[in-house]
Write a protein that binds this ligand. Structure first.
Ligand code: GDP
Length: 323
């Protein structure tokens, strides 16, 4: 286990994007770190406005920042709102990173996504595969913004010596997810479809695409734990993959979700919807070498996500925006 390079105890830590699934999980995880957690609402600071971000940081002066704020969404939302996915993400990360440097924030962790990698990268995808090939077109807008975020952290480290690091989580799911069928990712979408079909006594659910793409999934609490770990032990310019290290097909995932929900009907494919990238499994080697491994199995994690779905009020959740 590498030794701690940044101790969170006694520090002021800003979780930007605490209303999102990942930011919320990081806030929960930080409760046991003995630090003061700062959060901000859109009313306090619109992260897309540079003066507001600078003023907020000037006033609150955190020691560390988790950049979990992002305009997020699944394959359909990404493909449908390219301008928002590119502009909102670029501007908010640039504002936060630059202002963090200006007020002397000691440590910053930027959260990206596994979609930064080339569509046909060798699997499992190592960190060095970044910028070695063309991106998957359905999410290239988001991916370009997230690549720029990694580069911002590297540039501020290189030019100013800022201890800014980046973590690239795989497909995440869990409590606080977005269950809106047009903008959600596959796990919440299928949990909801299976649940609604069970409730309605329907004979089938519809899965987008062929069901053959392979994806890696990680429960958001595992992701938050990994981010806190990295904040404490990692200080380098290479971004770090955060994943489970295993993947399954969308059809296998559908089977697992139907079991968890208790739906036993048929699976129908909507082939008018895109498959997206054929496979997206990241190498977990760098993170393992840094002393971290996930602790929540996919089945247990899905059961937990379903429990959260049943307990939460998701009707009002619209297109995901953690900013
Ligand atoms: P991606 O990893 O960026 O492609 O994001 P998603 O989580 O949205 O989609 C993952 C895969 O699940 C793609 O192949 C989708 O076509 C497939 N999929 C199957 N059914 C659904 C669904 O109801 N919603 C979503 N978002 N994806 C689905």
């Amino acid at each position: 286990m590498p030794s701690t390079v940044f101790d969170l105890a006694g520090k002021k830590v800003w979780v930007a994007g605490h209303r999102g699934m990942v930011g919320g999980a990081i806030v929960r995880r930080l409760a046991s770190e003995g630090c003061e957690v700062l959060v901000s609402s859109r009313k306090d600071v619109d992260l897309r406005r540079q003066e507001e971000v600078e003023a907020w940081l000037e006033k609150n002066r955190p020691d560390a920042i988790f950049v979990a704020a992002a305009k997020v969404g699944g394959i359909f939302a990404n493909n449908s709102y390219p301008a928002e996915f590119l502009y909102d993400n670029l501007i908010l990360e640039a504002n936060i990173v630059h202002a963090a440097h200006k007020v002397g924030v000691k440590k910053l962790l930027f959260l990206g996504s596994s979609c930064i990698y080339p569509k046909f990268a060798d699997q499992p995808i190592v960190e060095e595969a970044l910028l070695t090939g063309a991106l998957e077109p359905t999410n290239e807008w988001y991916a370009i913004a997230k690549i720029a975020g990694i580069k911002l952290c590297q540039a501020y480290r290189k030019q100013y010596g800022c201890d800014f690091i980046s973590a690239m989580p795989t497909n995440l799911y869990g409590p606080g997810d977005n269950f809106d069928l047009n903008s959600s990712h596959v796990v919440p979408a299928l949990l909801r479809k299976a649940h609604d079909a069970k409730e309605a006594g329907a004979s089938s659910i519809t899965v987008w695409g062929t069901g053959t793409p392979r994806r890696e999934f990680l429960h958001v609490d595992d992701c938050a734990d990994a981010c806190v770990h990295l904040m404490k032990v990692y200080s380098d310019d290479v971004h770090v993959n955060v994943g489970s290290g295993t993947d399954i097909t969308i059809l296998e995932l559908t089977g697992l979700i139907c079991e968890v929900v208790g739906f036993s009907g048929d699976i129908v494919h909507d082939l008018s919807k895109p498959d997206g990238t054929p496979r997206k499994l990241m190498s977990a080697d760098r993170l393992r070498a840094l002393g971290w491994a996930p602790s929540i199995s996919l089945r247990d994690g899905l059961a937990d996500a379903y429990k959260a779905f049943l307990g939460g009020n998701y009707a009002e959740r619209v297109q995901g925006n953690a900013a």
